[in-house]
Design a protein around this ligand. Sequence first.
Ligand code: NAD
Length: 314
Amino acid sequence: MMRTVVTGGAGFLGSHLCEQLLVAGNEVIALDNFLTGTPANVAHLLEHDRFRLVKTDVTEYVHVPGPIDQVLHFASPASPVDYLELPIETMKVGSIGTLHALGLAKEKGARFLLASTSETYGDPQVHPQPESYWGHVNPVGPRGVYDEAKRFAEALTMAYRRTHGTDTAIVRIFNTFGPRMRPNDGRAIPTFIRQALRGEPITVAGDGAQTRSVCYVDDLVNGLLLLLRSDLPGPVNIGNPHELSMLALAERIRVLTGSRSEIAFIDRPVDDPTVRQPDITLAQRELRWEPAVDLDEGLCRTIAWFRQHPQLVV
Ligand code: NAD
């Protein structure tokens, strides 16, 4: 039986990962300090005899007794609202937290998977973005805390691979959505759904012409598990190449929720990327992975989850 450590295991993606790792027969140890996640995300797993949740700040130390086969490093504030409020925590978990997680993988001879991000491409000047693109990031802008922490984390991961022979992989995750996103985390989809369900104006930044390509969480987790089980070092892009404008996304959510909310235009955040679309040729070829859940289906499942948790939509 595989023993797998997931840092950030009580977060949005981490909780879905823990679930699927349990389904696959792993023993799962989730480490989380609940900075942006919550034990409620994994409450339904606590009864499971192969699951353990340990409150740990991975910037302080990461120690897990016994053998470990896989270390998945997902701890980090991830939404712009979170990392702009928590800039130093974000930089610490991307740097010192990654150092500690890599140290655990090295000590145990485990395969290490770093959750990196499409934000490493910054406001990209190559479109769509292949893994070979080095990015266009403003290090001193407000978003630099997240982008540069992840770029540092990627470099550190490669240093462990080259220096210590640690078996590492890097995934560059593109915008992902689904159940258990926080309605107030500032990301577009939960914000639009919350506003639509409350009948409030749906706030689109700028003129809404900027694009994103959004991936449903189940597809993303399938891709992550394929990468984990492969011996690819990455970076590998995992995301859904279906690109649409933010205005189109807001309109889709209005239709699917049956809302009468109007669309209101607000200021664009600083350094907000204009376009974003993964080139997933590498994942298609090497992992035989492709997203399978289309936008409307993914949105409907997410909207259903928000409706089932009305206490969150406040
Ligand atoms: P999330 O905020 O829901 O999850 C992050 C988790 O990490 C939270 O549970 C938080 O409490 C925990 N955490 C933060 N700092 C910690 C620390 N010092 N010690 C222990 N735990 C800590 O965010 P998410 O969307 O699930 O993102 C998970 C990972 O995936 C992040 O590394 C993020 O950068 C990456 N990612 C996510 C997306 C996306 O679209 N959701 C896109 C690209 C990359």
